[in-house]
Design a protein. Sequence first.
Length: 93
Amino acid sequence: MKRLSKTIHGAQQKVLCRVLQGLRAAANLRQEDVADLLGRPQSFVSKYESGERRLDVLELRTVCQALGSDLVQFVLRLEKELSETPKNARDQR
């Protein structure tokens, strides 16, 4: 059985944040714009993009929709990015 990383702020979390930021940039939206669409403060967007705050799956789905994507497209992109990340960086603890 593969051992999972115990850290919540590892290399994979950084990839997740980078994909979220990229999706927002591709939609030509500022953090403030996304926050308005979500009915949340700008700090909410800043915190999940920096990794300070984690999104549950339903929040992630809502964020994806606000960015003009859907959860399936997002996960496919995330998986692609993770697979392109060097293995030693993915397994950091």
